[in-house]
Every structure is written in C-alpha cells, then in structure tokens.
Design a binder for this molecule. Structure first.
Ligand SMILES: [Zn+2]
Length: 148
C-alpha cells in the first residue's frame, strides 16, 4: 500500500482502528522483532512486550497531524528531522526551541541546536541482489547452527 492510501485509511478510520495488538518473536540470534502497530511491518526491538511505531509511520502521522509543515517540508527542507514534533525537546538551527512540537519562545537561543543524524537511505536491490542477500543470510544461519 502506498503512503497516500495509508494516510487516507487512517484519516477515515482514525487511529483507534490500528490496535497495538501485534505479533512479536525472538529470532535465533536473540533479536526481538515486533510489528509496527500501524503498518504491521516487523521492526527490531529490545523488548517485545511493548508496542512500536516504525519510522515510516511516524512520518505518516506527522503528515496527518501537521499537513502544512509536512507540505512545506517536502518542498523546502527545513532541516528538521522526521518526527521532530514528537521529540521531548528539539532545537532548530535558528535556536528555536520546541517541546513536543510546541514552540517555547522563552527558551529561544538558550540551547544548542539539536544534532540530526542523517537517515540511512535504503538501497533498492534488484531481484538478483535480493536472492544473493537471502543466500548469504541463510548460509550465515547455517554456520551459526553448526557452531551450536
Ligand atoms: Zn509502521
């Protein structure tokens, strides 16, 4: 499903339609996996007991709740990271301070701008590369099993 369709669905049904009742599992390497409560994509987690929202859905929610900023964000980069509205404290490069997306004019210029880590871009793999990647993973697992 495209992001636009997801957004339409969330707008139509509301967030309550998306229940944090998702599956989780711990793989053979001890890594916990939990489905995002919105899109059901599996994400790596430390604690499988909770509920998570994946980075992609954080952006979607951002687009719904703040369509204006999201729109301008798409056209002109503000330099703000996706999901900055949800940060307890975010300071932009001009020294504007935001607490969970709310501007705090009193604090302007009193804090260092929040450093934003650039998001890793996912490389698009060709079907051939995907096959090779899966093969590599599979071989790795096989080796691990042998060690045990
Ligand atoms: Zn998601």
């Amino acid at each position: 499903m495209s992001r636009e369709e997801d957004i339409k669905l969330i707008k139509k049904n509301g967030f309550k339609n998306f229940k944090p009742d998702r599956h989780s599992f711990i793989d053979e390497n001890g890594q916990g996996w939990l489905q995002c409560k919105f899109c059901c994509e599996y994400q790596k987690v430390d604690n499988v007991g909770g509920a998570i929202t994946c980075g992609d859905c954080v952006v979607k929610i951002d687009l719904i709740k703040f369509p204006k900023t999201a729109m301008t964000k798409q056209k002109v980069s503000t330099g703000r990271p996706p999901g900055w509205h949800f940060m307890n404290e975010y300071v932009d490069k001009d020294g504007n301070v935001f607490h969970k997306g709310k501007e705090q004019p009193d604090l302007k210029g009193t804090l260092e701008p929040t450093k934003v880590k650039p998001r890793k871009k996912k490389k698009k793999l060709t079907p051939d590369q995907k096959l090779q990647r899966d093969l590599k993973r599979w071989n790795k697992r096989k080796k691990l099993r042998r060690k045990k």
